[in-house]
Design a protein around this ligand. Structure first.
Ligand SMILES: Cc1cc2nc3c(=O)[nH]c(=O)nc-3n(C[C@H](O)[C@H](O)[C@H](O)COP(=O)(O)OP(=O)(O)OC[C@H]3O[C@@H](n4cnc5c(N)ncnc54)[C@H](O)[C@@H]3O)c2cc1C
Length: 287
């Protein structure tokens, strides 16, 4: 289908983007990569009167290290995350997550901020944002605020972002011993089940683990029962296998659609939890 008529404007700065959004009086929407909003507009599920392009705002994209933390700008495309030398060295789970998104066209246009704002239940980044305990930074008429990933994803296509706010980027402490494992839809590559696991260990013992699950339910969640089962255990395949069995208990509502039944998704959650944890353990042991 063809979208309803709309005006297209390009923002030159963050302030300009917010001013243009305010001027649209609730009829405007940001466009970054356009890989989620344009399909919605073509289906007429979204009918903004003004599209405000934020993809070329100076400083809104890029991957930087600051005081031991990593910042990724909201307009950074998936390809740049997948191929970042800084992330590959310090936080390879994010390269793996971004590399698993869609196809080259999607990865070259789609952005981190767009993916987070859209809140698709099958998007890949949310699992890794949860495992990294990332802070999501946003700006709006009431000023700046940061929301933890564990509070940001609230439901089906629902995130803690007001209609007059813009995501500016994410910030997190990099974790080397972290990995992403995903069962993907064959056509689109969206996650049927995707699990990101991050391990913190010393002297061969797991001090703590953070595990994010996407694809299975209405929004991404932490697998707290698995995290609790791992804390204090020996960093070994046996501990991981035992803890991963708790994964299904963490998941309340499970999606069912043409790609996978509820039963199948539920069965795959522990399998991909174990795979993500095993890959994180391998990274832990290699240092
Ligand atoms: C064929 C296909 C396959 C795909 N496969 C996958 C996949 O395997 N895994 C996956 O995770 N995703 C997948 N995607 C989605 C893709 O990753 C999108 O790029 C992403 O969901 C949205 O990013 P975008 O920059 O394109 O956002 P846009 O489409 O430009 O915007 C999406 C929404 O976010 C809002 N928005 C954008 N940026 C901001 C911002 N900075 N602050 C506030 N609001 C903002 C927009 O107003 C809009 O409502 C796929 C998409 C397609 C078309």
């Amino acid at each position: 289908m063809i979208p309803t008529a709309f005006e297209y404007v390009r923002a030159t700065s963050l302030d300009d983007a917010l001013a243009k959004l305010a001027a649209s009086k609730g009829e405007g929407k940001f466009i970054a990569g356009g890989h989620s909003i344009v399909p919605l507009m073509k289906l007429r599920l979204s009918q903004p009167k003004v599209l405000i392009d934020i993809a070329r705002i100076p400083g809104l994209s890029g991957i930087r290290e600051k005081d031991g933390r990593i910042e990724i700008g909201a307009a950074t495309v998936h390809h740049d995350v997948a191929t970042s030398a800084l992330l590959r060295k310090q936080c390879p789970v994010l390269c793996d997550t971004a590399a698993a998104i869609g196809d080259p066209q999607v990865r070259n246009r789609g952005t981190l901020g767009g993916s987070l704002a859209h809140g698709d239940p099958s998007a890949d980044y949310p699992a890794s944002m949860l495992a990294l305990d990332a802070g999501i930074h946003m700006n709006g008429p009431k000023g700046w605020r940061v929301v933890k990933a564990s509070e940001f994803f609230q439901g089906l296509f629902t995130v803690d972002l007001a209609h007059d706010e813009i995501i500016t980027g994410v910030q997190f402490t990099p974790v080397r011993a972290a990995a992403y494992a995903k069962l993907h839809q064959r056509a689109s590559h969206y996650a049927i089940v995707g699990v990101a696991a991050a391990l913190d260990a010393s002297d061969g013992r797991i001090r703590s683990a953070r595990i994010g699950l996407t694809g299975a339910g209405p929004c991404a969640i932490r697998l707290r029962k698995v995290e609790e089962a791992l804390a204090g255990k020996t960093a070994s395949t046996d501990s991981i296998t035992a803890a991963a069995r708790h994964a299904a208990a963490d998941v309340q509502t499970v999606n069912s659609d043409l790609h996978a039944s509820e039963e199948y998704r539920r069965a795959m959650v522990p399998v991909f939890t174990r795979r993500a944890l095993e890959a994180a353990l391998t990274r832990l042991q290699r240092g």
